[in-house]
Design a protein around this ligand. Structure first.
Ligand code: NAP
Length: 472
C-alpha cells in the first residue's frame, strides 16, 4: 500500500516515501509520503483558502458533516480497529475500544456544533454603560494546526478535528510518523461526509520539518499539540503569539488507602498500569499503598498481572504486545536496572522478549529514580508503602507532572483532603487515574501541559470571544 498526502481534498504525491513497519514483527504495513516544507505550505494554503467557507457554514451543516462521519465510522468499525492495531501494535480489543470512543468524540462534536453561543452583558452595571444592549459571540479562529501522538491515533485526532470543525475552523493535521494511516482514514471519512475541500488536510513526515513550518507560519492561528513535554516546550517557544494548547506527559499515581476492597480495585489498577503496554498518558506508573494492606496488595497485584496474555496485537486474546519501538524498550530496561541497583525489588517481569517488554512490577523504588520521576510510557509500575494519606499526597505532588491522580479510600474526609490537595488536572476518587470519558474536561498542570480538551472545552480554546455593543 502506498499512502500519499491529503491536501485540498486530493491525494498529493511526494518525492520521498518512508516504510511503515509493524512495531510487533517489523512486517511492512505501507509506504507513507514524507512531506517537504513546500508540501506543508501547500496544505496551509488550502486550509487558509477554505477558511471563509467553513466560517460561513451554518452550525447545523457542520453538525451534519460530523454526524455523517459518525455513521461512516460505525459502518467501518472493524477496518478502523485493524488499522490502529497494526500501525500502533495496540491489542485488537483495545483498538476496538478506541474506535468506539472516537465515535463518541465525533458525536459530542456534532452536538457541540449546535450549541456554541455567547451571553448578554449587563452594560449598565457600570456608570456610563447605560443605554446599551451588548452580547458576545464565539467566532472560529481560522486555520488550526493539530499535531498528534502515536498512542491514540484515532481518538486523539478526533479530540482536535471534531471540535475544530464544530467551531468552523479549518485544519492541517500532522499525525505521528508511526501512526499515519488512522489519520488518512479519517480524512477520507470527512471527505465522504461532505466536508468542503481544504478544510482538513493531512501531512506526514518528519516531526521537526513538518512541525517547524506549522509552528512558524503566520496563517496558522492555533497549535493544538498532544505529545511529549520536550516537543511541547519547543513548540511553545517557537509559536510566538499563536494560541497554543499542550496535552503532555505524566507519571500518573494512584493512592490506595487502608480498608480498600482489594478484590475490586486490584484488577482495575492492573488494567490502568498495563493497557496498551502502559503507553497511555494517564497509565498508572506509581502506586502508594497504606502500610496495613501493602503485603496483600502486592501479592494480589502480581497474581493478576501474571494472568495478562502477551503476544500478537491482532490476536483477540492479547492484553499486552510490543512497545512502539525497540529504542523505547531499551530506555525503560535501563531505567529498571538503575532502580534495582539503587535498592528497588524487581517483583515481576523486567525482561524484554523479542519486541515485547514483559509487564514489570517494582517495589520500593526511590523517588529520584527515572522509572518513578520521569514518564515511563511502558508496561512498568512500582508499588511503594505509605503510612498516611498525607504522606501519599506528598509523594504524588512531588512529581514535575500533574495530569490525573486516583485515590481509593472509604474515608470521605480523606477523599476531600486528597481532592483539594492533589496538584493535578483531574482527581478520580475511588477510581484509577486512567479514567477518561471524552466529554469531560481533560488536561494537566505543571509539565503535563496547558489548556483543556473534552469537546466543549476544546471549542472554547478554538474560538475567539467577540463583544458586540449596541448604543440605543
Ligand atoms: P512525541 O514524540 O512528542 O510526538 C508527538 C507528535 O509531535 C508527533 O506527531 C511527532 O512527529 C511530532 N513532533 C516531533 N518533533 C516535533 C517538532 N520539533 N515540532 C513539531 N512536532 C514534532 O510524542 P509521542 O511519542 O508520539 O507520544 C507520547 C507522548 O504523548 C507521551 O509523553 C504521552 O504522555 C503524551 N500524550 C499526552 C496525552 C495527553 O492528553 N496529555 C495523550 C496522549 C499522549 P513524529 O512522530 O514524526 O516525530
Amino acid at each position: 500500500m502506498k499512502q500519499s498526502l491529503w491536501i485540498n481534498g486530493e491525494c498529493v504525491e511526494t518525492k520521498e516515501y518512508s516504510t511503515l513497519l509493524s512495531p510487533y514483527d517489523q512486517s511492512l504495513i505501507a509506504e507513507v509520503a514524507v512531506a517537504e516544507k513546500n508540501d506543508v505550505r501547500k496544505a496551509i494554503e488550502a486550509a487558509s483558502n477554505a477558511e471563509g467557507i467553513l466560517r460561513s457554514l451554518p452550525a447545523y451543516k457542520r453538525a451534519e458533516i460530523l454526524e455523517n462521519v459518525v455513521e461512516l465510522m460505525k459502518e467501518n468499525k472493524e477496518e478502523c480497529a485493524q488499522i490502529i492495531a497494526k500501525e500502533a501494535s495496540k491489542p485488537l480489543t483495545a483498538a476496538r475500544t478506541e474506535v468506539d470512543r472516537t465515535i463518541m468524540t465525533y458525536k459530542f462534536s456534532a452536538q457541540e456544533a449546535r450549541r456554541i453561543y455567547g451571553e448578554t452583558i449587563p452594560m449598565d452595571a457600570a456608570p456610563g454603560g447605560e443605554g446599551r444592549v451588548a452580547y458576545t459571540v464565539k467566532e472560529p479562529l481560522g486555520v488550526i494546526a493539530a499535531i498528534t501522538p502515536f498512542n491514540f491515533p484515532m481518538n486523539l485526532v478526533a479530540h482536535k478535528v471534531g471540535p475544530a470543525i464544530a467551531a468552523g475552523n479549518t485544519i492541517v493535521l500532522k499525525p505521528a510518523t508511526q501512526t499515519p494511516l488512522s489519520s488518512y482514514k479519517i480524512a477520507q471519512f470527512f471527505h465522504e461526509a461532505g466536508l468542503p475541500k481544504g478544510a482538513l488536510n493531512v501531512v506526514t513526515g518528519r516531526g521537526s520539518t513538518v512541525g517547524d513550518v506549522l509552528v512558524q507560519d503566520d496563517r496558522i492561528k492555533m497549535i493544538t499539540f498532544t505529545g511529549s513535554p520536550e516537543v511541547g516546550k519547543q513548540i511553545r517557544e517557537k509559536a510566538g503569539l499563536k494560541r497554543v494548547t499542550l496535552e503532555l506527559g505524566s507519571n500518573a499515581a494512584v493512592i490506595v488507602d487502608e480498608n480498600s476492597n482489594l478484590k475490586e480495585i486490584v484488577p482495575r489498577i492492573v488494567t490502568g498500569a498495563f493497557a496498551f503496554q502502559g503507553q497511555v498518558c494517564i497509565s498508572v506508573q506509581r502506586i502508594y499503598v497504606h502500610d496495613t494492606i501493602y503485603e496483600a496488595f502486592v501479592e494480589q497485584f502480581i497474581e493478576h498481572t501474571k494472568k495478562l496474555k502477551i503476544g500478537d496485537p491482532l490476536d483477540e486474546q492479547t492484553d499486552v504486545s510490543a512497545m512502539i519501538s525497540r529504542g523505547d524498550q531499551n530506555r525503560v530496561l535501563n531505567w529498571i536496572e538503575s532502580a534495582t541497583k539503587s535498592g528497588a525489588t524487581l517483583a515481576l517481569g523486567g525482561r524484554g522478549e523479542n519486541a515485547i517488554l514483559q509487564p514489570t512490577v517494582l517495589l520500593d523504588v526511590h523517588p529520584e529514580e527515572k522509572i518513578s520521576c520521569e514518564e515511563a510510557f511502558a508496561p512498568v509500575v512500582h508499588i511503594n508503602r505509605v503510612s498516611s494519606m498525607e504522606e501519599a499526597i506528598n509523594f504524588v505532588n512531588e512529581s514535575k507532572y500533574g495530569l490525573q491522580a486516583g485515590v481509593f479510600t472509604t474515608d470521605v474526609g480523606r477523599a476531600f483532603k486528597a481532592a483539594k490537595e492533589l496538584h493535578v488536572g483531574g482527581v478520580m476518587i475511588n477510581d484509577f487515574p486512567t479514567f477518561r470519558v471524552d466529554h469531560m474536561p481533560y488536561g494537566g498542570v505543571k509539565l503535563s501541559g496547558m489548556g483543556r480538551e473534552g469537546i466543549k472545552y476544546a471549542v472554547e480554546e478554538m474560538t475567539e470571544l467577540k463583544l458586540i455593543s449596541f448604543k440605543l
